[in-house]
Design a protein around this ligand. Structure first.
Ligand SMILES: Nc1ncnc2c1ncn2[C@@H]1O[C@H](COP(=O)(O)OP(=O)(O)OP(=O)(O)O)[C@@H](O)[C@H]1O
Length: 318
């Protein structure tokens, strides 16, 4: 299940190799400050598709899979997301927080393809995926948990996992299940089954394999949702309030699994209202307020940031 062996190979499908000379690129640069230079180039000479791909690859540090640049989304007169730029570093748990109505869900929707931004861009593993459909984005390895088809309540937990990759199959999984399309259908099914059991055991829900998904508790359903997401072999998971309605025992289990997966090379961006969870479990925190990016940094900095304290305590709900 480890992602380490895959690191750096995920750009194949877009024909983009990670930039080699990206040491100097900071996360902030990745999120936007290189934009001005590239726009300047673009305005002085017409850009071919090849040069655009080359430029985008050069702007994409290999350790920064997700880059959101100057994102804007309005609903009529409401500016839900206003010129937001940030980047998510590979192998991290990054938190996206903000008071109610700050624009977190809209940002998630724009990243995952549920909404098309008015302007700005979303780049994933070196490719511009702005405006792509959710399934196209998921196939590239960026999956939002609730965007995985909800569990099928009349089917067993095992069946739910067997079906997950056929909904939104990840290339890596097909490569492992169908290496060069060799082997019989029986072999392929056996390999898929093995992977399903491995995933069930990892989330410690193997004892529930024969139970109908509809009979699971809220917390067990969250574990199943994560397990289904993992079956699509993502690189980056967007988790929208993964702990909402989860009891403390399962909450601990879910957080442990997220840490295990992070250690294996998976990347997480999560929206979570529980500040203790964000501060204790995220390496990097992005704060939105009234549609804009208010602050970002390590939890210790965010915790003592006056603007952040004001945003939470001064007037805004929550
Ligand atoms: N479909 C929509 N139509 C109109 N306005 C919307 C729509 N979706 C979001 N908004 C508005 O956009 C703003 C940002 O909403 P969003 O749901 O993104 O915030 P949020 O930070 O996720 O909030 P919460 O923490 O309460 O879920 C809010 O003012 C909201 O009312």
């Amino acid at each position: 299940m480890s992602k380490d062996a895959d690191a750096g190979e995920e750009t194949d499908d877009v024909g983009v190799e990670p930039a080699v000379d990206a040491d100097a690129a900071t996360i902030a640069d990745a999120a936007g400050t290189t934009n001005a230079a590239s726009e300047e180039n673009a305005s002085t000479a017409p850009e071919t598709q090849d040069s655009r791909v080359e430029r985008e690859a050069a702007e994409t540090p290999p350790d920064v899979p997700l880059q959101v640049r100057n994102l804007r989304k309005t609903f009529g007169g409401i500016v839900a997301v206003d010129d937001v730029s940030f980047a998510v570093e590979a192998g991290t748990i990054t938190g996206l927080i903000g008071p109610n109505g700050a624009g977190k869900s809209t940002t998630f929707d724009c990243i995952a393809g549920a909404l098309e931004p008015d302007s700005g861009s979303v780049r994933f593993n070196g490719a511009d995926v702005t405006g792509f459909r959710p399934d196209q984005i998921a196939t590239r390895g960026l999956v939002r948990t609730f965007q995985i088809a909800r569990e099928l309540p009349e089917m067993t937990v095992l069946e739910n996992l067997m079906l997950a990759p056929t909904d939104q199959v990840g290339e890596q999984l097909w490569r492992s299940v169908m290496p060069g399309a060799r082997g019989s259908v029986i072999d392929q099914e056996r390999e898929l089954r093995e992977r399903v059991w491995e995933t069930l055991e990892f989330f410690e829900i193997d004892h529930l394999a024969r139970q109908k998904a509809g009979a699971l508790s809220g917390g067990q359903r969250k574990l199943l949702e994560m397990a289904r997401a993992l079956m699509t072999d993502p690189d980056l998971l967007l988790l929208d309030e993964p702990l909402a309605g989860v009891n403390p025992t399962l909450e601990e289990k879910l957080l442990d699994r997220i840490h295990d997966l992070r250690d294996q090379g998976y990347t997480f961006l999560l929206v979570e209202h529980d500040m203790d969870v964000i501060m204790d479990h995220c390496e990097h925190v992005i704060v939105m307020h009234q549609g804009s990016l208010l602050a970002e940094g390590p939890p210790t900095e965010i915790r003592s940031n006056e603007q952040v304290i004001d945003a939470y305590l001064g007037g805004s709900s929550e």
